[in-house]
Design a protein around this ligand. Structure first.
Ligand SMILES: *Cc1c(COP(=O)(O)O)cnc(C)c1O
Length: 372
């Protein structure tokens, strides 16, 4: 990606750093790429990846809907012009009041993974379409969910049966293979597990209509991810293999893959210091004002700066010892780098501004500029 529009904006406006600049044309292009690779699927963009109104409008204009997880995300999508029919409440962790709020706004699709949440849905979102999220055995992703979400596959039949008994619409099954999933076979595992459940449910008289295969589609940071076409081929292949007669409707919830490549963060070097053998470079952005995904050095961003490079330890600006971006991951920056120099962090459109703290050390949340 050349990011020509972003560079032109930065050159013209010289905004204070750090800042994130998002090219919404890239967002539109990615939504269209999903639509052409998996043509009959419903796309529900995971709003938490980047909830900027201009990003939401671009997703909507390209034909996408939204995966939301809170009343504020519901409101953001409606304010961006979405009809409630294109919203799916995908978080399984929600208060009864949150369910009631979403239902009151017209949201009629919810994901669940526990009996008490099914009770709350029956009470506060009567008649709504419910998907049960199952925990599937998939290869580890870069930022895995562990065992936090999803019931055991064996519980799914009981939960959907309970939902039907309480007057809800037992509409689907769902899974998520973990974010930044670089192994496309993860979806084969999920589709094979859920295909068995569709058969069990049919035997119990319940016929869910859709399968939500979540997000997790990878983006190329320093390590490259498979192209989206490889993910689509794996999904299509698994649907053909495990649903040979008729596949359920497909629902997708990509977040990262839609918006990561659309954004660039411009940052400034605050300090360069030798500490023993190591050259430390401190930026005006760190773990708490936009680069949360450097926790455990999970995401290795590409850094754009001209000049001959040498190794550095890269750190953020705050007074927190954990605000170090890369000390185990080899990282190289220009040898001539000095305080005041600008540095660009590439592919930073996802999980950056939305993860920024409000005022840790008095630092304001990451400012975002969206190019329409
Ligand atoms: C975060 C999330 C997504 C998006 O995941 P990506 O890895 O960004 O594609 C999709 N669905 C649910 C339920 C999520 O929590």
């Amino acid at each position: 990606m050349s990011h020509e529009r972003i560079h032109r904006f930065l050159a013209e406006h010289r905004p204070p750093t750090p800042c994130l600049v998002v090219d919404t044309e890239e967002v539109t292009a990615r939504v269209r790429e999903f639509a052409s690779g998996l043509p009959h699927a419903r796309l529900r963009y995971a709003v938490k990846a980047n909830p900027e109104p201009a990003v939401l409008r671009a997703v909507l204009a390209a034909g996408g809907g939204f995966d939301v997880a809170s009343p504020a995300e519901v409101t953001a999508c409606l304010d961006a012009g979405a009809a409630p029919e294109v919203l799916s409440y995908g978080s399984t962790i929600k208060k009864p009041a949150d369910i009631a709020f979403a239902f009151g706004c017209g949201v009629r699709e919810f994901t669940t993974d526990a009996a008490s949440d099914v009770d709350h849905l029956a009470e506060h979102a009567p008649g709504s379409a419910v998907s049960v999220r199952v925990l599937v055995d998939a290869p580890a992703s870069a930022t895995p969910f562990g065992r936090k979400f999803g019931c055991a596959p064996g519980e799914a039949v009981a939960l959907l049966t309970k939902a039907a008994e309480l007057g809800l619409d037992p509409a689907g099954l769902a899974f998520h293979v973990g974010s930044q999933q670089l192994d496309v076979t993860a979806w084969e595992a999920g589709i094979s597990t859920t295909a068995k459940l569709f058969a069990e449910l049919a035997a119990a008289g319940i016929k869910p209509r859709w399968l939500n295969i979540g997000g997790g589609f990878g983006h190329s940071y320093r390590e490259s991810a498979p192209p989206l076409s490889a993910y689509f081929a794996a999904v299509r292949g698994a649907l053909d293999a495990y649903f040979p007669d008729s596949a359920p409707e497909l629902v997708l919830e990509p977040g990262r893959a839609i918006v990561a490549g659309a954004g660039l963060i411009r940052t400034e070097v605050v300090l360069v210091a030798w500490r023993g053998e190591h050259r430390w470079v401190y930026l005006d952005i760190g773990r708490y004002n936009g680069l949360a995904e450097t926790e455990n050095e999970a995401i290795h961003y590409r850094l754009d700066a001209a000049g001959e490079r040498g190794p550095v330890v890269l750190a953020g600006p705050t007074c927190d010892g954990d605000d170090v971006l890369y000390q185990h991951t080899p990282c190289e920056l220009p040898l001539a780098l000095a305080p005041g120099d600008r540095l660009d962090i590439l592919d930073a459109g996802a999980y950056t501004a939305s993860y920024s703290s409000v005022s840790f050390n008095g630092i304001e949340p990451l400012r975002t500029y969206c190019l329409d």
